[in-house]
Design a protein around this ligand. Structure first.
Ligand code: CMC
Length: 374
């Protein structure tokens, strides 16, 4: 019997993975051994999906073939379009993806004709289509074509579908790097949720649907939207400093700061900050980026907390013209690759995930009749 309750499973080794190293002493954040710095600087998101799903980086011809495959998987089946049209315009867009994933699981179920890799590729390719089909249908009354073959990368595809015009090279490259940075992160809450679900021998779509549900919360993937809402409250660094100081005095959490594993800083944060800085410069910004930097230095001096990936992602997405309520869905689009790789890995060495709980309830007692209950 366990003697100790590890609150939030902090510090508990809950399994093995060959996919990434997170917070291991002396080791960078790596995906299958490649440093996140190198991947963000030199790889494309499709190379990273391929690396996570198939175990090695694609050669040039493999990458071309893989991109072509993903393009063919962007179309949405007509019944799914109808479902997306029926969802309310006020729906949380993460719920739209969660519902879309679940619906696709009934239309194109896992089975003999469709294996796990096929579903992983299908979801990676079609999540931007689902999200932006729903978005344009309800915002602009348009049924968009989602294949957009002239835009071969996921980042290009997303920005093209969002804006209806091709993004600049800087914008496409920045989003590409952001997707890479969000792709995989060991046993974070949503990935662990996927592994728990698949460990029961459930299907691929159920695991991803559960992962989306876990990612949605503000302590996890939803923090980028919380960070943006905070940044937008202030019109100058001084105002931001005063406002955040008050929050800290009231013991309120500042979204986009702190991390369960990284106590000396999230290695993804400086990379996304650099990208956000380039976009701020391009936009001639004299307000938002300085506000973000002031909040960063205040939260560090007052609480010793560093920004995590979500804080400057919010700034970068803002300068990419992405509406705040689409930030967390973008995290879903990226993290699907990591979830899929973990689902494959869990299945390959499966054992039901079923921990124990320390019991804190009442001692055994007699069952009272209805008359005896007050
Ligand atoms: N703002 C203010 N105080 C904080 C923050 C924060 N963002 N994060 C932690 N603290 C304080 C917390 O109040 C507590 O203080 P005290 O000991 O005085 O009560 C102490 O630091 C420990 O916090 P905790 O919540 O017990 O730490 P944890 O390891 O359970 O939580 C965390 C990690 C990420 C949930 C937490 O830092 C947090 O809530 N951050 C804000 C949400 C956020 O940015 N989430 C994104 C995480 S990274 C990307 C992802 O995974 O999606």
């Amino acid at each position: 019997m366990p003697q100790k309750n590890a609150s939030g499973l902090e510090g508990i080794m809950a399994g093995e993975t060959a996919l990434s190293t997170v917070g291991k002493e002396g080791l960078d954040l790596t995906y299958r051994g490649y440093s996140i710095r190198d991947l963000a600087a030199a790889a494309s998101f499709e190379e990273v999906i391929y690396l996570l799903l198939y175990g090695s980086l694609p050669a040039r011809a493999e990458l071309d073939r893989y991109r072509s495959l993903l393009i063919t998987l962007r179309d949405l089946p007509p019944p799914l379009r109808v479902i997306l049209e029926q969802l309310p315009p006020t729906a949380n867009p993460v719920d739209v993806l969660r519902t879309g994933c679940s619906a696709l699981g009934t239309l194109e179920p896992e089975g003999q004709d469709r294996d796990a890799h096929a579903i992983a590729n299908r979801l990676c390719a079609s999540f931007p289509s689902m999200l932006l089909y729903w978005f344009h249908f309800h915002r602009n009354g348009r049924r968009i074509e989602t294949r957009a073959e002239a835009h071969p990368t996921v980042a290009d595809h997303f920005l093209y579908l969002l804006r209806g015009e091709p993004p600049s090279a800087l914008h496409a490259r920045t989003l590409d790097a952001a997707l890479i940075l969000h792709a995989e992160h060991e046993f974070n809450a949503s990935t662990f949720a996927c592994r728990v679900i698949i460990s029961t021998l459930s299907d691929f779509y159920s695991a991803v649907t559960g992962g989306i549900g876990a990612l949605r919360g503000p302590l996890h993937g939803g923090a980028d939207e919380g960070a943006m809402k905070l940044l937008e409250r202030f019109s100058s660094p001084d105002e931001a400093e005063a406002g955040v100081r008050k929050m800290l005095e009231k013991k309120e959490k500042v979204m986009g700061f702190g991390h369960r594993v990284y106590k000396d800083g999230d290695p993804r944060a400086p990379i996304i900050k650099g990208l956000a800085g380039q976009l701020a410069e391009e936009a001639g910004d004299r307000t938002l980026f300085p506000i973000a930097e002031r909040i960063e230095s205040l939260v560090f001096s007052e609480k010793g907390l560093y920004p995590n990936i979500d804080f400057y992602s919010a700034v970068a997405y803002h300068f990419l013209g992405i509406p705040t309520f689409l930030f967390t869905p973008l995290f879903v689009i990226s993290r699907t690759s990591g979830w899929a790789a973990h689902i494959l890995e869990q299945r390959a060495h499966n054992r039901l995930i079923r921990p124990l709980a320390v019991y804190t309830g009442p001692a055994p007692r007699p069952f009272p009749s209805m008359e005896e209950r007050s």
